[in-house]
Unconditional design. Structure first.
Length: 83
């Protein structure tokens, strides 16, 4: 929908479902490892939160291209954010 909007295409309107839990693995996992190592996050609690997620923010089997582009961001994230 965002792409269609940005390039001036029409798109079907929709309504977001409430209560959907998601995560962005590429930033969440390194942050969790850092916080678990520093004792600020309990590993079991983190695993429970990951299991409760309904969807991954970028990666999808139906459309792998955004996920591949996300992987290309790894060097940037490493040098700018430290992970």
């Amino acid at each position: 929908m965002l792409f269609a909007d940005q390039v001036g295409l029409s798109y079907p309107s929709g309504e977001a479902r409430g209560g959907v839990r998601w995560m962005r693995s590429i930033t969440d996992l390194p942050t969790a490892v850092r916080d678990i190592s520093a004792g600020r996050l309990d590993a079991r609690e983190y695993v429970r939160s990951v299991r409760a997620c309904d969807v991954e923010a970028v990666f999808s089997r139906d459309d792998p291209k955004p996920g591949l582009a996300e992987i290309a961001l790894l060097p940037y994230l490493y040098f700018k954010r430290g992970f």
